[in-house]
Write a protein that binds this ligand. Structure first.
Ligand code: NDP
Length: 297
């Protein structure tokens, strides 16, 4: 299969590219910076990989069997008005571009499946601070503009646990500093997924025609944040009793901290119906895998 991927250079994308490449699929990396992508995917390790900036996305997408859309400005930053705008527009802009290119494909080989990222932020927060819900709604609606003969899987992703990126990588040093401990009341839900599982879910969605529509990309056992902190403390061999101040978390995650401070309980009902096997259903095992060696591939 030939797969074009936006956001391939990111935390999830890099692992997905490795997986697809290892299984002899042909990968096309759609990026804003070819030179940066070439550093991440050196030719000696990824022979045959195609790396393209716009306007070459067109020929990449049009000769692909499938597209994975992961691009977007990271949310774990301080949200100035400009950044907040870019968090949304970056996603809409790239998704719109991808959808237009798929819809314009006339070639014999053209994409028949679009796997597009979205987030559990779609479900809103208990406090009603729903900027991320609005972003997700528009992001998903844009992906759904794709022609009806293209199968679309929208992966509403929880907080991805991995060593080299995402919220956890930023939280670990904080936990070291504050000796661990819950944030806020610790009662808020934390819907998480291990990096290997989200990559496997995307991989499945590419090849299995039953993966269609909205699929929650979360582990089957979400935990309250206090529980997550206790497990993290125990895996790190640190006590977990001092509360980490919300302010400290906001300092490293910016307003993106709302994902952790105002989480929802999201279950992977559809993924389970589809028979998806989670490699890490429990947070303790996921944390052990992440902290031991950066998680197995
Ligand atoms: P990353 O932030 O690691 O990577 C996203 C990629 O998007 C970057 O590598 C970059 O690719 C591209 N990008 C960054 N900024 C912009 C911009 N301003 N305009 C256009 N493209 C940009 O994301 P993840 O791998 O962590 O996540 C992938 C997707 O899944 C994201 O859209 C994210 O919102 C979503 N998601 C992730 C979760 C997580 O916990 N990681 C949770 C829920 C959803 P390049 O420089 O090559 O163009």
């Amino acid at each position: 299969m030939t797969v074009s991927i936006t956001g391939a250079t990111g935390f999830i994308g890099r692992r997905l590219v490795q997986r697809l490449h290892a299984d002899n699929h042909r990968v096309r990396v759609l990026t804003r910076s070819r030179s940066n992508a070439q550093l991440i995917f050196p030719v000696r390790e990824f022979p045959g990989i195609v790396i393209a900036e716009e306007p070459k996305w067109k020929e990449c997408i049009q000769g692909s069997n499938a597209v994975v859309n992961l691009a977007g400005m990271p949310i774990s930053t301080r949200w100035s008005p400009e950044i907040k705008k870019e968090i949304k527009t970056s996603r809409i802009r790239v998704t719109s571009k991808v959808v237009d290119l798929i819809n314009d494909s006339q070639d014999e080989v053209r994409p028949t499946v679009l796997v597009s990222a979205t987030a559990v932020g779609y479900y809103g927060t208990p406090s009603g601070n729903d900027y991320l819900a609005e972003v997700c709604r528009e992001w998903e609606a844009t992906a759904l503009r794709v022609n009806k003969d293209v199968r679309v899987a929208l992966i509403r992703t929880g907080v991805v646990l991995g060593k080299d990126g995402g919220a956890l990588a930023k939280m670990i040093p904080l936990f070291m500093m504050f000796a661990g401990g819950p944030l806020g009341s610790g009662r808020q839900w934390f819907s998480w997924i291990h990096l290997d599982d989200i990559v496997n879910l995307i991989y499945e969605a590419l090849s299995n025609p039953s993966y269609k529509g909205v699929i929650n990309g979360t582990a089957p056992n979400p935990v309250r944040f206090g529980e997550m902190c206790a497990q993290l403390g125990s895996v790190m061999g640190r006590p977990s009793w001092l509360p980490v101040p919300d302010l400290a978390l906001k300092a490293v995650l910016g307003e993106g901290a709302s994902v952790v401070l105002e989480g929802q309980k999201v279950l992977p009902a559809r993924a389970k119906e589809l028979g998806f096997q989670f490699r890490y259903p429990y947070v303790k095992d996921a944390l052990i895998a992440v902290l031991s060696q950066g998680s197995p591939s």
